[in-house]
Design a protein around this ligand. Structure first.
Ligand SMILES: C[S@@+](CC[C@H](N)C(=O)[O-])C[C@H]1O[C@@H](n2cnc3c(N)ncnc32)[C@H](O)[C@@H]1O
Length: 324
Protein backbone atom coordinates (compact mmCIF):
# COMPACT_ATOMS: atom_id res chain seq x y z
CA UNK A 1 0.00 0.00 0.00
CA UNK A 2 2.86 2.38 0.82
CA UNK A 3 4.40 1.56 -2.55
CA UNK A 4 1.12 2.12 -4.43
CA UNK A 5 0.67 5.37 -2.52
CA UNK A 6 4.12 6.58 -3.65
CA UNK A 7 3.25 5.74 -7.25
CA UNK A 8 -0.32 7.05 -7.26
CA UNK A 9 0.49 10.49 -5.83
CA UNK A 10 2.16 11.28 -9.16
CA UNK A 11 -1.03 10.57 -11.15
CA UNK A 12 -3.30 13.56 -11.74
CA UNK A 13 -7.09 13.55 -12.05
CA UNK A 14 -10.34 13.43 -10.08
CA UNK A 15 -12.23 10.20 -10.80
CA UNK A 16 -10.78 6.72 -10.41
CA UNK A 17 -12.14 3.24 -11.12
CA UNK A 18 -10.92 0.25 -9.07
CA UNK A 19 -12.33 -2.35 -11.49
CA UNK A 20 -11.17 -5.55 -9.69
CA UNK A 21 -11.69 -4.16 -6.20
CA UNK A 22 -11.44 -7.32 -4.01
CA UNK A 23 -11.09 -6.29 -0.37
CA UNK A 24 -11.41 -2.59 -1.26
CA UNK A 25 -7.95 -1.78 0.12
CA UNK A 26 -6.89 0.09 -3.03
CA UNK A 27 -10.20 1.97 -3.27
CA UNK A 28 -9.57 3.09 0.30
CA UNK A 29 -6.04 4.22 -0.59
CA UNK A 30 -7.25 6.15 -3.66
CA UNK A 31 -9.97 7.78 -1.59
CA UNK A 32 -7.36 8.88 1.00
CA UNK A 33 -5.43 10.45 -1.87
CA UNK A 34 -8.46 12.56 -2.71
CA UNK A 35 -9.88 10.67 -5.70
CA UNK A 36 -13.61 10.16 -6.25
CA UNK A 37 -13.51 6.38 -6.44
CA UNK A 38 -15.76 3.77 -8.02
CA UNK A 39 -15.29 0.27 -6.59
CA UNK A 40 -16.28 -2.79 -8.63
CA UNK A 41 -15.88 -6.56 -8.26
CA UNK A 42 -17.42 -9.56 -10.05
CA UNK A 43 -18.50 -11.19 -6.77
CA UNK A 44 -21.49 -10.25 -4.64
CA UNK A 45 -19.73 -11.10 -1.37
CA UNK A 46 -16.98 -8.58 -2.14
CA UNK A 47 -19.56 -6.04 -3.27
CA UNK A 48 -21.51 -6.44 -0.02
CA UNK A 49 -18.34 -6.01 2.06
CA UNK A 50 -17.38 -2.89 0.10
CA UNK A 51 -20.86 -1.42 0.61
CA UNK A 52 -20.68 -2.22 4.32
CA UNK A 53 -17.31 -0.50 4.67
CA UNK A 54 -17.75 2.46 2.36
CA UNK A 55 -21.41 3.46 2.22
CA UNK A 56 -22.25 6.72 4.00
CA UNK A 57 -25.08 5.24 6.08
CA UNK A 58 -22.42 3.23 7.84
CA UNK A 59 -22.60 2.74 11.58
CA UNK A 60 -26.21 2.38 12.58
CA UNK A 61 -25.47 -0.55 14.84
CA UNK A 62 -23.74 -0.58 18.21
CA UNK A 63 -21.76 -3.47 19.73
CA UNK A 64 -24.70 -4.03 22.10
CA UNK A 65 -27.13 -4.27 19.12
CA UNK A 66 -24.94 -6.85 17.38
CA UNK A 67 -24.47 -8.83 20.60
CA UNK A 68 -28.22 -8.89 21.09
CA UNK A 69 -28.89 -10.01 17.47
CA UNK A 70 -26.32 -12.79 17.91
CA UNK A 71 -27.77 -13.93 21.25
CA UNK A 72 -31.20 -14.29 19.65
CA UNK A 73 -30.02 -16.60 16.85
CA UNK A 74 -31.57 -20.05 16.97
CA UNK A 75 -29.86 -22.90 15.09
CA UNK A 76 -32.14 -23.88 12.23
CA UNK A 77 -31.17 -26.95 10.16
CA UNK A 78 -31.88 -25.64 6.66
CA UNK A 79 -30.15 -25.52 3.27
CA UNK A 80 -26.57 -25.17 4.55
CA UNK A 81 -27.04 -27.94 7.10
CA UNK A 82 -28.53 -30.27 4.46
CA UNK A 83 -26.03 -29.45 1.69
CA UNK A 84 -22.60 -29.05 3.27
CA UNK A 85 -22.42 -31.86 5.87
CA UNK A 86 -18.81 -32.96 6.58
CA UNK A 87 -17.32 -30.41 4.20
CA UNK A 88 -16.45 -26.99 5.66
CA UNK A 89 -18.06 -26.65 9.11
CA UNK A 90 -19.59 -29.01 11.70
CA UNK A 91 -23.31 -29.89 11.65
CA UNK A 92 -23.94 -27.57 14.62
CA UNK A 93 -22.11 -24.73 12.91
CA UNK A 94 -24.02 -25.29 9.66
CA UNK A 95 -27.34 -25.16 11.53
CA UNK A 96 -26.16 -21.96 13.24
CA UNK A 97 -25.34 -20.42 9.84
CA UNK A 98 -28.84 -21.26 8.57
CA UNK A 99 -30.26 -19.69 11.74
CA UNK A 100 -28.16 -16.56 11.16
CA UNK A 101 -29.45 -16.24 7.59
CA UNK A 102 -33.06 -16.59 8.82
CA UNK A 103 -32.49 -13.87 11.45
CA UNK A 104 -30.85 -11.60 8.87
CA UNK A 105 -34.08 -11.48 6.85
CA UNK A 106 -35.54 -9.26 9.64
CA UNK A 107 -32.64 -6.76 9.72
CA UNK A 108 -32.76 -3.53 7.69
CA UNK A 109 -30.65 -3.51 4.47
CA UNK A 110 -27.81 -1.15 5.54
CA UNK A 111 -27.18 -3.19 8.69
CA UNK A 112 -27.54 -6.45 6.76
CA UNK A 113 -24.46 -5.63 4.65
CA UNK A 114 -22.35 -5.01 7.73
CA UNK A 115 -23.51 -8.19 9.48
CA UNK A 116 -22.83 -10.20 6.32
CA UNK A 117 -19.36 -8.66 6.02
CA UNK A 118 -18.64 -9.75 9.61
CA UNK A 119 -20.05 -13.21 8.84
CA UNK A 120 -17.80 -13.60 5.75
CA UNK A 121 -14.76 -12.72 7.86
CA UNK A 122 -15.86 -15.18 10.56
CA UNK A 123 -16.23 -17.95 7.96
CA UNK A 124 -12.72 -17.28 6.62
CA UNK A 125 -11.17 -17.21 10.07
CA UNK A 126 -12.69 -20.57 10.93
CA UNK A 127 -11.25 -22.28 7.82
CA UNK A 128 -7.80 -23.87 7.50
CA UNK A 129 -5.98 -21.76 4.86
CA UNK A 130 -8.94 -19.30 5.06
CA UNK A 131 -10.33 -20.91 1.90
CA UNK A 132 -13.06 -23.25 0.59
CA UNK A 133 -11.14 -24.86 -2.27
CA UNK A 134 -10.91 -28.15 -0.31
CA UNK A 135 -13.11 -29.58 2.42
CA UNK A 136 -10.40 -29.67 5.12
CA UNK A 137 -12.90 -30.06 7.96
CA UNK A 138 -11.13 -33.30 9.02
CA UNK A 139 -7.87 -31.36 9.20
CA UNK A 140 -9.46 -28.88 11.55
CA UNK A 141 -10.82 -31.67 13.75
CA UNK A 142 -7.79 -34.00 13.69
CA UNK A 143 -5.45 -34.32 16.68
CA UNK A 144 -2.23 -33.96 14.67
CA UNK A 145 -0.12 -30.90 15.24
CA UNK A 146 -0.89 -28.20 12.67
CA UNK A 147 1.86 -26.42 10.77
CA UNK A 148 -0.23 -23.41 9.91
CA UNK A 149 -3.38 -21.71 11.11
CA UNK A 150 -4.57 -21.80 14.65
CA UNK A 151 -6.93 -24.27 16.36
CA UNK A 152 -8.06 -21.67 18.86
CA UNK A 153 -9.22 -19.39 16.05
CA UNK A 154 -10.91 -22.25 14.15
CA UNK A 155 -12.82 -23.37 17.23
CA UNK A 156 -14.06 -19.94 18.30
CA UNK A 157 -17.77 -19.55 17.55
CA UNK A 158 -19.10 -17.59 14.58
CA UNK A 159 -20.70 -15.21 17.08
CA UNK A 160 -17.34 -14.42 18.74
CA UNK A 161 -15.66 -13.78 15.39
CA UNK A 162 -18.56 -11.67 14.13
CA UNK A 163 -18.46 -9.48 17.21
CA UNK A 164 -14.68 -8.97 17.10
CA UNK A 165 -14.79 -8.13 13.35
CA UNK A 166 -17.61 -5.69 14.05
CA UNK A 167 -15.46 -3.96 16.69
CA UNK A 168 -12.55 -3.74 14.23
CA UNK A 169 -14.78 -2.19 11.56
CA UNK A 170 -16.20 0.23 14.10
CA UNK A 171 -12.68 1.40 15.04
CA UNK A 172 -11.56 1.95 11.45
CA UNK A 173 -14.81 3.41 10.12
CA UNK A 174 -14.03 7.07 10.90
CA UNK A 175 -10.98 6.84 8.62
CA UNK A 176 -12.96 5.43 5.68
CA UNK A 177 -13.72 8.06 3.06
CA UNK A 178 -17.26 8.73 1.90
CA UNK A 179 -16.01 9.41 -1.66
CA UNK A 180 -16.26 5.75 -2.72
CA UNK A 181 -19.19 4.61 -4.82
CA UNK A 182 -19.77 0.86 -5.01
CA UNK A 183 -21.22 -0.63 -8.23
CA UNK A 184 -23.91 -3.32 -8.16
CA UNK A 185 -21.11 -5.81 -8.84
CA UNK A 186 -20.25 -7.40 -12.16
CA UNK A 187 -17.66 -7.89 -14.87
CA UNK A 188 -15.04 -5.14 -15.19
CA UNK A 189 -15.42 -5.30 -18.96
CA UNK A 190 -19.04 -4.07 -18.68
CA UNK A 191 -18.19 -0.75 -16.98
CA UNK A 192 -18.70 2.34 -19.14
CA UNK A 193 -15.71 4.66 -19.73
CA UNK A 194 -15.44 8.21 -18.37
CA UNK A 195 -12.87 7.90 -15.56
CA UNK A 196 -9.62 9.90 -15.37
CA UNK A 197 -7.77 6.92 -13.91
CA UNK A 198 -8.47 3.18 -14.20
CA UNK A 199 -6.70 0.76 -11.84
CA UNK A 200 -6.85 -2.97 -12.52
CA UNK A 201 -5.60 -5.80 -10.32
CA UNK A 202 -6.92 -8.87 -12.17
CA UNK A 203 -6.49 -12.50 -11.03
CA UNK A 204 -2.87 -13.74 -11.38
CA UNK A 205 -2.11 -16.88 -13.38
CA UNK A 206 0.70 -19.33 -12.64
CA UNK A 207 3.13 -19.94 -15.47
CA UNK A 208 3.58 -23.69 -14.94
CA UNK A 209 0.20 -24.92 -13.74
CA UNK A 210 -3.51 -24.19 -13.48
CA UNK A 211 -4.58 -21.50 -11.03
CA UNK A 212 -7.46 -22.07 -8.61
CA UNK A 213 -10.25 -19.62 -9.49
CA UNK A 214 -11.63 -17.09 -7.00
CA UNK A 215 -14.96 -18.89 -7.30
CA UNK A 216 -13.38 -22.17 -6.29
CA UNK A 217 -11.68 -20.50 -3.32
CA UNK A 218 -14.62 -18.40 -2.09
CA UNK A 219 -17.80 -20.07 -3.46
CA UNK A 220 -19.21 -20.54 0.06
CA UNK A 221 -19.14 -16.77 0.72
CA UNK A 222 -20.78 -16.08 -2.65
CA UNK A 223 -23.50 -18.58 -1.68
CA UNK A 224 -24.11 -16.77 1.63
CA UNK A 225 -24.26 -13.47 -0.29
CA UNK A 226 -26.94 -15.01 -2.55
CA UNK A 227 -28.54 -17.27 0.05
CA UNK A 228 -32.06 -17.34 -1.44
CA UNK A 229 -30.84 -18.44 -4.87
CA UNK A 230 -27.95 -20.64 -3.61
CA UNK A 231 -29.78 -23.96 -4.27
CA UNK A 232 -30.18 -22.95 -7.93
CA UNK A 233 -26.53 -21.88 -8.27
CA UNK A 234 -25.02 -25.19 -7.10
CA UNK A 235 -23.02 -27.34 -9.48
CA UNK A 236 -25.00 -30.57 -9.11
CA UNK A 237 -22.11 -32.93 -9.89
CA UNK A 238 -19.51 -31.29 -7.67
CA UNK A 239 -18.36 -33.22 -4.60
CA UNK A 240 -17.44 -29.94 -2.86
CA UNK A 241 -20.91 -28.49 -3.63
CA UNK A 242 -19.46 -25.41 -5.32
CA UNK A 243 -21.37 -22.88 -7.40
CA UNK A 244 -21.49 -23.30 -11.20
CA UNK A 245 -18.78 -21.27 -12.92
CA UNK A 246 -21.32 -19.87 -15.43
CA UNK A 247 -22.93 -17.78 -12.64
CA UNK A 248 -19.89 -15.45 -12.29
CA UNK A 249 -18.05 -13.43 -14.97
CA UNK A 250 -14.64 -14.06 -13.46
CA UNK A 251 -11.47 -13.86 -15.60
CA UNK A 252 -10.31 -17.48 -15.52
CA UNK A 253 -8.82 -17.92 -18.99
CA UNK A 254 -5.07 -17.46 -18.75
CA UNK A 255 -4.56 -17.40 -22.53
CA UNK A 256 -7.09 -14.55 -22.88
CA UNK A 257 -5.55 -12.28 -20.23
CA UNK A 258 -3.53 -10.04 -22.55
CA UNK A 259 -6.47 -9.70 -24.95
CA UNK A 260 -8.85 -8.92 -22.07
CA UNK A 261 -6.54 -6.24 -20.61
CA UNK A 262 -6.07 -4.68 -24.05
CA UNK A 263 -9.85 -4.52 -24.57
CA UNK A 264 -10.18 -2.68 -21.23
CA UNK A 265 -7.38 -0.25 -22.15
CA UNK A 266 -9.05 0.50 -25.47
CA UNK A 267 -12.47 0.95 -23.89
CA UNK A 268 -11.04 3.50 -21.42
CA UNK A 269 -8.81 5.05 -24.08
CA UNK A 270 -8.80 8.56 -22.56
CA UNK A 271 -7.88 7.37 -19.05
CA UNK A 272 -4.54 6.94 -17.35
CA UNK A 273 -4.34 3.22 -16.72
CA UNK A 274 -2.54 1.19 -14.04
CA UNK A 275 -2.09 -2.59 -13.85
CA UNK A 276 -0.87 -4.56 -10.84
CA UNK A 277 0.54 -8.00 -11.59
CA UNK A 278 2.94 -10.53 -10.14
CA UNK A 279 6.35 -10.92 -11.77
CA UNK A 280 7.65 -14.27 -13.04
CA UNK A 281 4.25 -15.81 -13.81
CA UNK A 282 1.99 -15.66 -16.88
CA UNK A 283 2.05 -13.33 -18.83
CA UNK A 284 5.68 -12.24 -18.41
CA UNK A 285 6.86 -8.78 -17.44
CA UNK A 286 8.14 -8.29 -21.03
CA UNK A 287 4.75 -9.17 -22.54
CA UNK A 288 2.93 -6.80 -20.20
CA UNK A 289 5.41 -4.01 -20.85
CA UNK A 290 5.01 -4.52 -24.62
CA UNK A 291 1.23 -4.37 -24.25
CA UNK A 292 1.49 -1.01 -22.46
CA UNK A 293 4.09 0.35 -24.90
CA UNK A 294 1.76 -0.51 -27.82
CA UNK A 295 -1.17 1.31 -26.24
CA UNK A 296 0.26 4.35 -24.41
CA UNK A 297 2.58 7.19 -25.31
CA UNK A 298 4.16 7.16 -21.84
CA UNK A 299 4.74 4.01 -19.73
CA UNK A 300 6.15 3.74 -16.21
CA UNK A 301 7.12 0.34 -14.72
CA UNK A 302 7.79 -0.18 -11.02
CA UNK A 303 8.64 -3.38 -9.04
CA UNK A 304 8.48 -4.28 -5.37
CA UNK A 305 9.51 -7.51 -3.57
CA UNK A 306 7.26 -8.87 -0.83
CA UNK A 307 6.49 -12.01 1.22
CA UNK A 308 3.13 -13.75 1.63
CA UNK A 309 1.49 -15.30 4.68
CA UNK A 310 1.87 -19.13 4.67
CA UNK A 311 4.65 -19.04 2.05
CA UNK A 312 8.44 -18.94 2.42
CA UNK A 313 8.82 -17.91 -1.21
CA UNK A 314 9.64 -14.31 -2.14
CA UNK A 315 7.43 -12.61 -4.73
CA UNK A 316 7.83 -9.50 -6.81
CA UNK A 317 4.90 -7.30 -7.70
CA UNK A 318 4.73 -5.14 -10.81
CA UNK A 319 2.94 -1.88 -11.34
CA UNK A 320 2.58 -0.53 -14.86
CA UNK A 321 1.14 2.92 -15.41
CA UNK A 322 0.30 4.09 -18.93
CA UNK A 323 -0.66 7.60 -19.97
CA UNK A 324 -2.36 8.23 -23.34
C1 LIG B 1 -6.05 -9.82 -7.30
S1 LIG B 1 -7.69 -9.61 -6.71
C2 LIG B 1 -7.82 -7.89 -6.41
C3 LIG B 1 -7.31 -7.51 -5.04
C4 LIG B 1 -7.60 -6.07 -4.66
N1 LIG B 1 -6.75 -5.13 -5.38
C5 LIG B 1 -7.47 -5.85 -3.17
O1 LIG B 1 -6.79 -4.89 -2.77
O2 LIG B 1 -8.03 -6.64 -2.39
C6 LIG B 1 -8.67 -9.85 -8.15
C7 LIG B 1 -10.15 -9.56 -7.95
O3 LIG B 1 -10.76 -9.56 -9.25
C8 LIG B 1 -12.08 -10.06 -9.13
N2 LIG B 1 -12.49 -10.44 -10.49
C9 LIG B 1 -12.15 -11.52 -11.23
N3 LIG B 1 -12.63 -11.44 -12.48
C10 LIG B 1 -13.30 -10.25 -12.54
C11 LIG B 1 -14.00 -9.56 -13.58
N4 LIG B 1 -14.12 -10.07 -14.81
N5 LIG B 1 -14.51 -8.34 -13.30
C12 LIG B 1 -14.41 -7.80 -12.06
N6 LIG B 1 -13.77 -8.41 -11.04
C13 LIG B 1 -13.22 -9.61 -11.28
C14 LIG B 1 -11.97 -11.15 -8.10
O4 LIG B 1 -13.19 -11.36 -7.47
C15 LIG B 1 -10.92 -10.58 -7.13
O5 LIG B 1 -11.53 -9.92 -6.05
Amino acid sequence: MDWLREEFVRVEGCTALDAFGGTGAVSHLLSQLGWDVTYNDAFQFNTISARALFSPAKMQLSVADVASILRAIQPHPGFIHATFADLYFTDEENAWLDGFMVALAHVEPACKDLLLHCLFQACLKKRPYNLFHRANLKLRQSQVEVQFGNRTTWEKSFAEHILSTFEEVQQMQPSLGSNIRVTAGGAAEDIAPGYDFVYIDPPYFKRARATESYLSRYHFLEGLARYEEWPLLLDAGDRLRRIQTSTINEWTDKTALIKNIEALIQKHSKAKFALSYVSGEYPSEEELFALFSDNFSHVHLSRRAYGRALSKQKFCDLLLIGEP
